[in-house]
Each structure stands twice: as C-alpha cells, then as structure tokens.
Design a protein around this ligand. Structure first.
Ligand code: SF4
Ligand code: SF4
Length: 488
C-alpha cells in the first residue's frame, strides 16, 4: 500500500483532516472508513464511469473477445463424440480437457486446487490483481459486455446521468426498456451457458426441445441463475468485487511493496496543480483534471494509492495517458508499477517470499502432473466379504470376495480375474466374466479356492490379476484366510 504520509506532504486529498470521510490516526496516517460507493449515511452512490478508450482498453477488449468466444464455444467441443468439458457437481463427474475424473480421483483435484491457491497467491504477490482486470468473468461481463451495451443505448456518463435525473418520458422508457430487455435476454443466455457446463450441451438441447414442464428442476435452475446474473450485472455491479469477492479482500495480505499494480507515480505527479499556461517549475505532472477518477468503474481516485476497490482495469492509465499527451508530458504517470519502483526507482526484486511460493508451486504442480499422467483408466478394488470365514472344500480352502471395477474410458470393457503366481480357481457368482460399461462400474462376488498346501496360515497374502483381452491391467493385493497350522 502506498504510504499516505508521503502523499500528505504533497497535500493529497486523501489526508485532508477536514474530510470527514477519512480517519486520521495518531501517527497522521489516514484511511477511509467506508468503500468508495457508499456515502456517509450508508447509501449507495451509483457510479457512472466515463467510457474508457486507449491502448490498454483496446487490448483488454481483444482479450475479452477471445475469452468470451472460448467460454461460449467450449461446451460445444467434443472429443471422440464426448464433451471436452463437463463439471457435473450433482453426479460428481467431471470431464476436463477430455479426461474423465471420478470421485476416486478427487485426491488429484484436491492437490490441483491446492496448487491453484498457491498459484493465485504467488501470482498476486508478483502481479497484483491482473487477473481481475484482464480475465475475471465478472469484469469481462460487466465492463466488456453489459457496460458496453449501456454505453451503446444510453450514451456516455454525462448522458447516463442526465437520463437518470430526467422524468419518465418516452425517451427514457424506450432506452431503459431496451437496455433491461437486452440485459434479461443476456442473463438468460448466460444461465443456459452455465447449465451446459454442468449437464452438457446435448442434455441442454434435449431439455430445450422437450420443454420446461418435462424438466422443471433444470428450468427453475436456469431462471434462478438468470435472475442472479441480471441482478449482478444490472444493479449490484462493482459491489460484487468490493463486497463479495474474497480475492479482492485478500489482496491487502497478498500484496507487498514489490507487487506490480496499477499505480500513480506520486513522485512525478505531485504537487498536483490545475493546468495553466505558465506552470510553476516545482509543479508535478498531475494537472488534477480528474480524468482518472471519472473513468474508474469502482469510483476511486488511484492517486490515493492502492485501494481495496481497484480491480486493475487500466481505464485510469488510458485516461491519464491521453491527458499527458495533451499537456505535452511523458505518458505513464499512472502505470503498472510496484510501490518500490515508484518510491525508490528500483527494478523488480525476486523476494524470499516469492521464491518460497515458487518452490511450493513447482513441487505441487509436479506432483499433480505426475498423478494425472500416471492415473489409471481402470480401477479395481477387491475385498474379502466382511464377516465371512474360510470354508474347507474337497480340494482346498475357499474365501468369498467382492470386486468393484471402474471403467473410466469411453468404451465398454470385459474383464477376467486370475490368480498370480499361485494355483487356484476363481469362480464369479452368476457370470463368466465382468462386463463394465463405458464410464461405468460393475460389482461382482466371487469364490476363490486355493489348494490346501498353499494355505500356510490364518492370513495369506495373495495377488489377483485383472485382465482385459488377456492383457494384465492391474494387480490387486489382498488377504486370504485359512485354518491355523495343524488345524483342519
Ligand atoms: S483505479 Fe484505475 S485500475 Fe483501479 S479500478 Fe479504477 S480505473 Fe480501474
Ligand atoms: S488523469 Fe492524470 S493528470 Fe488527470 S488527475 Fe488523474 S493522474 Fe492527474
């Protein structure tokens, strides 16, 4: 966070003791006691950000279009007739990049999730909230879809404010009606897209053709989420980032003085001064035009330092660059920079904290990759039936087992069970072999009989091979109970 003491000497408005919005501590360090979009009485301040334009906005739009296409196309992609991506939380079945994950694979998920958290922490420590500005779905939909529609229908911030103040005339009814209709339609599409990630695009198409009465629960889900999306993008807006998102709240513990954030170069900018023909020599580069504040979708003044509400959307960089060009000053008064880069003109440092995070991240990623690539498509579990004893037969000793075989592939498979390195017989009850459907599992009970001379004690370790097309797929170790030596 920027040291407000330093700003104080430049007369930053953030430390104006007269300003009742700020609390001043004994040390003279000041801070706000409420977020930017709430007034002193606790009422919401509706933010009308000016339409941003500039190089960063252009590149962010390109990235957003790419991500939106990716997001909308992904549910339609199939590999070998199967979805490329399904996140079925209800059936606990996940297909990620064409690979099926079962509940049995959740340990990989847990580790991958842990790696993701470390990645987020590391990434934030180094690059601040770059994710929020460039890739977060909330920012992309809010700033690149819904906000752009709003600019298109209602005009830039001044027209929007005027429309808001005006009475309900034909113009306002038409513009608001059109905007809300498009927002509702978009929210409905988004909700369907969301559902397609859970149940798959084929199921969704089936539900649509068969109608809501046939699939009432799914229809209710779509309506509920469409309502939630409409509420967020039409009314709740930046509050999702400032009140709800835990990532934004965590940034104060994740960022340090080396983190790259959207920052105002107060060394260069202060003392700020309104632009006039003959500027005094000691004037900073900031001409106090307020352009950076006007474009901010969360309603903050980046000149007061890094703040909770800043989603690193870069709109203020573009706005200030435009002003700098007009007043013949170098660009980048607001730019991506760390606090140390600004205060001490230092270069980026690879701190011990970043080093430690990187090592943990490397180890976790390596482990996840190893587990992913060595994950078996077939998983067999063989257990002795609980509470059963051995049985003496004419030729030997028998135990009863249950076998569960999971087939994670997209093809049905047949399996047989064979004893490894020991003579004996396996008789599956009620069937000759085990047929397991694609992406399915089969349970079976079987009797395993060993010749008496191979049963050497009460507990014998044996290995059972699981074969498919005479190919050994998996070897399962299990126990075999027999009579104590000397007993029959
Ligand atoms: S301060 Fe700048 S980067 Fe941060 S949210 Fe506002 S406009 Fe975007
Ligand atoms: S846009 Fe640049 S010059 Fe204008 S107030 Fe913001 S920092 Fe100062």
């Amino acid at each position: 966070m920027t040291d407000f003491k330093e700003l104080k000497q430049f007369g930053s408005e953030a430390v104006n003791p007269e300003d009742s919005d700020k609390l001043i501590t004994e040390t003279g360090v000041s801070f706000r006691d409420r977020v930017s979009n709430i007034d002193k009485k606790g009422n919401r301040i509706w933010i009308y950000p000016k339409k941003p334009k500039g190089d960063y906005t252009k590149w962010r739009s390109v990235v957003a279009v790419f991500l939106l296409i990716f997001m909308f196309v992904l549910p339609f992609i199939k590999v070998g007739g199967r979805p490329f991506m399904i996140l079925d939380i209800f059936e606990r079945k996940f297909i990620i990049f064409g690979i099926v994950f079962w509940p049995q694979d959740f340990y990989i998920f847990a580790l991958a999730f842990l790696a993701l958290i470390v990645f987020v922490v590391l990434f934030t420590a180094v690059y601040g909230r770059i994710w929020c500005g460039w890739a977060c779905p909330q920012t992309i939909f809010m700033e690149m879809v819904f906000r752009k529609i709003e600019y298109w229908i209602e005009g830039d911030y001044k027209q929007q404010m005027a429309l808001s103040r005006s009475g309900w005339n034909a113009n306002k009814i038409f513009k608001r009606g059109l905007k809300k209709t498009i927002f509702i339609l978009l929210s409905f599409i988004l909700s369907n897209l969301f559902l397609s990630y859970i149940i798959g695009i084929d199921e969704l198409q089936k539900y649509m053709t068969e109608g809501p009465a046939e699939h009432f629960t799914s229809f209710a889900f779509v309506i509920l989420f469409a309502g939630a999306f409409y509420f967020i993008f039409s009314w709740f807006r930046e509050q999702a980032c400032t009140f709800i998102c835990p990532y934004g709240r965590l940034q104060s513990v994740l960022l340090d003085k080396n983190s790259i954030v959207v920052a105002y170069d107060f060394k260069r900018g202060e003392p700020r001064m309104k632009f006039k023909k003959n500027m005094p020599e000691d004037a900073g580069d900031c001409v106090d035009c307020g352009a950076c504040v006007r474009v901010c979708p969360t309603g903050i003044d980046i000149r007061n330092g890094t703040q909770l509400e800043c989603i690193n959307c870069t709109a203020c960089i573009d706005a200030c660059d435009e002003v700098m060009l007009k007043v013949n000053k170098p660009k980048n008064l607001i730019r991506y920079a760390s606090e140390l880069q600004i205060t001490e003109s230092t270069k980026f440092k690879f701190t011990p904290r970043i080093m430690a995070y990187s090592v943990v991240l490397l180890l976790l990623s390596g482990l996840v990759a190893y587990l992913m690539f060595n994950r078996s498509d077939i998983e067999a579990t063989i257990l002795k039936v609980k509470g059963t004893m051995y049985q003496n037969t004419e030729t030997g000793v028998a135990n009863v087992y249950t076998a569960t075989i999971i087939n994670k592939t997209f093809e049905p498979m047949d399996f047989s069970l064979k004893l490894m390195d020991i003579p004996g017989t396996i008789q599956i009850i009620g069937k000759d072999h085990l047929h397991v459907p694609a992406e399915g599992l089969t349970d079976a009970t079987f009797i395993l009989e060993l010749p008496r001379k191979f049963v050497t004690g009460t507990r014998n370790n044996i290995q059972i091979g699981v074969y498919s097309d005479d190919k050994l797929i998996q070897t399962v170790n299990t126990g075999f109970t027999g009579p104590a030596p000397g007993m029959k």
